[in-house]
Design a protein. Structure first.
Lengths: 327, 216
């Protein structure tokens, strides 16, 4: 069996690209808008991202990188940080709205009950709709993931600095004390969390959107609640990015780099661990923040927690969707 | 979901192995870009403190890491008691070239970055110093610079910290080392040394407070 076939065999049937229901869902979505409109939307989105990128480059050239005060890391990271963080938020919000809208569209067309009958109840529709989010957003996910992968590689190269003692130097005098082995494990945990957080957050948001669409009978109320969640996520994003900035070095009479809770909040609610993908920035957090060395490990634990939450939301949504008389 | 969980675990293990491997690879390179003074007070085999002034130029030109044609006397005003200022360029294999200024007196000498150049390049980085010599005994505040004291080695390392203010500084491994002062051989023992500028014992990287920090 080829490697590709082997890998595909590990994927659940409802998430495989040759699954008829998944193909139906993806085709339905493609037909919702004319190709010209889809192209226009993608063009506008790309244009906005390029504009943000250029603005970020301009600010980085003036030593005031967007979203990063008191930054001593790499120039490329300074330029890409804010555009990537914004793109991540954008992807999360699409993931919240898209599958729920599709479910609502099926109900509005009157095809929902038929779909349930022909596809083992509404369960499979929910799971497949969730998987469809990742297929539909694959190019955006690649655009988010590739820079992170590059930064991860760069972190490994930076680890060789100072005759391989880069990590050991930053472990000196921190709270709590940690031997190099623990430091390596916590660093690897932080890198892992940072690499997978965008996928996990998108998956969790998609599951939440599906749960709201399935659990709340009145579409208008479900829509209002989704809107409230969207606004809440925007607010949390802005607050998380501000928290560490506000706690940055102030003046000769006070200095503070925030607490470990602030940095964990930023990691999970703000930039999805992006700041941890610059080695010097992460190490400076270890040195400046008590228990900051644990943030990476806590973020990875949160990833598993979010995955369990996603699973739970999908099971609840599937159960609600398969109940009779949904419309 | 099991697949997702397994993938995360595999990724974690791969990154852990990668990080440990990167650390090991770095540790195989034992040569720093800029040699540090040894416990005997000599620098890269050159004992300036005991060398007649007229021999210094020739000794530098004969040194394998120094670019011979770069060695030259610079006419400048120097602190009282110091001999000529000499400029030269250090060129180590696989490392950048480093312009250096040297001036010395009896039993002591200073190596500093070439402040005449607009780029003001550092000699090396604090991380290199600690990787080579271990942590210093004390950290001193000098207004806009920091000193790392290695009393037993009779060495003072001058650093331009990433941030410094009236009562605190932030020291990071990437901070520039701008001077290496090998202090006189007849200086007091480490335990008898009196530090006149404000100083504190070494506590690690990050914030260093030279007075009581405000309660938060």
């Amino acid at each position: 069996m080829r490697a590709q076939d082997y890998l595909l065999a590990q994927v659940p049937p409802w998430a495989r690209p040759d699954n008829p229901l998944l193909r139906y869902v993806l085709q339905r979505e493609r037909r919702r808008h004319a190709p010209a409109i889809r192209l226009a939307i993608k063009g506008i989105g790309a244009g906005v991202m390029v504009a943000v990128l250029l603005f970020s480059y301009q600010m980085a050239q003036q030593d005031t990188p967007l979203g990063l005060s008191d930054f001593h890391g790499s120039g490329l990271f300074a330029v890409l940080y804010f555009p990537l963080a914004l793109a991540q938020l954008f992807a999360m919000l699409i993931a919240l709205l898209a599958p729920a809208n599709a479910l609502a569209a099926e109900q509005a067309r009157g095809t929902w009950e038929t779909l349930k009958i022909t596809s083992r109840g509404g369960e499979l529709v929910v799971w497949t709709r969730w998987a469809a989010v990742f297929y539909q957003m694959r190019w955006l996910l690649i655009a988010l993931f590739v820079p992170r992968l590059f930064f991860a590689g760069r972190m490994l190269v930076d680890l060789t600095a100072y005759q391989g003692r880069h990590l050991d130097l930053y472990l000196t005098g921190i709270t709590p004390a940690a031997p190099p082995a623990a430091g390596l494990a916590l660093l690897a945990a932080g890198m892992t969390a940072s690499l997978v957080l965008p996928f996990v957050m998108i998956g969790c948001n998609a599951a939440l959107g599906l749960f709201l669409a399935a659990a709340i009978p009145r579409r208008q109320i479900a829509g209002l609640i989704r809107l409230a969640v969207m606004i809440g996520e925007w607010f949390v994003f802005g607050l998380a990015l501000l928290v560490v900035e506000v706690n940055g070095r102030a003046s000769w009479y006070s200095s503070g780099a925030g607490t470990w809770r602030d940095h964990l909040f930023l990691t999970l609610g703000g930039d999805q661990g992006l700041r941890l993908m610059d080695l010097r920035t992460q190490f400076e957090m270890w040195a400046d923040v008590e228990y900051g060395v644990l943030v990476g490990g806590l973020a990875l634990a949160a990833v598993f927690g979010l995955a369990l939450l996603t699973n739970g939301l999908l099971h609840l949504a599937a159960r609600r969707a398969s109940m009779p008389g949904r419309e | 979901m099991k697949l997702a969980g397994l993938s995360i675990v595999v990724l974690f293990v791969a990154l852990l192995v990668g990080a440990a491997g990167a650390r090991w690879i770095g540790q195989q390179r034992q040569d720093a870009a800029f040699p540090l003074p040894g416990a005997d007070g000599c620098w890269d085999g050159l004992c300036f403190s005991s060398m007649p002034p007229e021999d210094v130029l020739a000794a530098l030109r004969a040194s394998p890491r120094v670019v011979p044609e770069s060695v030259a006397i610079v006419e400048r005003v120097l602190p009282s008691g110091y001999d000529s200022l000499i400029a030269f360029t250090l060129a180590a294999p696989f490392h950048r070239t480093t312009p250096v200024l040297l001036y010395w007196a009896t039993h002591s000498y200073h190596l500093t970055r070439d402040w005449r150049l607009p780029s003001n390049p550092a000699l090396l980085w604090v991380g290199d110093v600690l990787a080579g010599l271990g942590p210093p005994d004390r950290v001193g505040w000098l207004g806009n610079q920091i000193s790392l004291y290695y009393a037993n080695r009779r060495l003072e390392v001058l650093v331009a910290p990433s941030e410094i203010d009236l009562v605190w500084a932030r020291i990071l491994p990437g901070d520039a080392v701008i001077g290496l002062f090998v202090v006189p051989a007849d200086s007091p023992r480490a335990e008898d040394t009196i530090y006149y500028p404000p100083s504190v014992p070494w506590q690690g990287f990050g914030e260093v407070w030279f007075s009581n920090p405000p309660s938060r």
